[in-house]
Design a protein around this ligand. Structure first.
Ligand code: AG3
Length: 275
């Protein structure tokens, strides 16, 4: 018998992956969580039926959401991740030796537990001594902070359910206040093919608060449409420029300094939707 998982990305579009087996399926306090073994992309984490990460393509998203803001900053020391309970973003952050503390504010501890148990290559750095895990509401966590972080990364699910507030203009005000005077932040902002209105709204919201707001793209095969966007708000540093060399011994599979710059070069239809 063949077992297939389909994410219905829109009412008229789906991504189907053939499954070898299901490793975990549970209803957490916040969402429906599954970890499955796929034939094509290795192990995969889904939340409420939406693909969050797979072993084979996670590097694209995690490298791009991390190294663009971190290399645009001259010396990131304190970094906060909102969401991101699988740990992939934390793993990338800790490749930067200047980082003293990488904090994770994840609302659903079951995501962390599932990643620790079934996705060790992604979650490995959750046990690093520089990692601080706070289980709780990311918005409340950011609200309590003032001029504390060099970089804030919003590694959230889609703007439905627990993540809705992370796409709201009020949240960007809190993020601005939580950042140091030359801080910057990035949020995952969905697909320009399928979420144009969201991207436009988020871009306007971030622009209202941050003097430098830019959008960049990366190709993530398992996310809806495969073309994914990230939006950066920066107080001082130009997000499109890697402001320093990559640290000694730095390894990546998608990110390069040339790609950093080129990710901000937008296809015309994307540039137009921001105009
Ligand atoms: N967060 C972004 C997932 C969005 C994917 N959307 C979808 N499949 N409909 C990923 C978390 C990885 N750390």
């Amino acid at each position: 018998m063949e077992l297939w998982f389909t994410e219905k990305q829109t009412p008229n579009l789906g991504l189907a992956l053939r499954l070898e087996k299901t490793l975990r399926r549970e209803k957490t306090a916040y969402q429906d969580l599954a970890v499955v073994e796929t034939f094509q992309y290795g192990r995969m984490l889904t939340l409420d039926g939406a693909v969050q990460t797979t072993e084979k393509d996670e590097f694209v998203y995690h490298e791009m959401i991390t190294h663009v803001p971190l290399l645009a900053h001259p010396e990131p020391k304190r970094v906060l991740v909102v969401g991101g309970g699988d740990g992939g973003t934390i793993r990338e952050i800790l490749k930067h030796p200047s980082v003293e503390q990488a904090e994770l504010a994840e609302i659903d501890e079951r995501v962390i537990a599932a990643a620790r148990e079934f996705l060790p290559t992604i979650s490995q750095s959750l046990s690093d001594p520089r990692t601080r895990i706070v289980v709780g509401d990311g918005i409340e966590h950011v609200r309590k902070a003032q001029a504390q972080y060099d970089v804030i990364i919003v590694d959230s699910t889609d703007p439905v359910g627990p993540a809705v507030g992370l796409f709201a203009p009020e949240f960007y005000q809190l993020v601005h206040r939580a950042l140091k005077e030359d801080g910057l932040f990035v949020a995952q902002t969905e697909s320009p093919f399928l979420n144009a209105d969201l991207i436009r709204g988020v871009f306007a919201g971030i622009s209202a608060v941050f003097p430098r707001t830019r959008l960049y793209l990366a190709a993530v095969p398992t996310y809806p449409s495969g073309l994914w966007s990230f939006t950066v708000g920066s107080k001082v540093h130009d997000p499109a420029v890697p402001g320093r060399n990559m640290p000694a011994g730095f390894t990546s599979r998608y990110y390069t300094p040339e790609l950093h710059r080129s990710a901000f070069v937008l296809p015309r239809f994307v540039a137009e939707l921001l105009a």
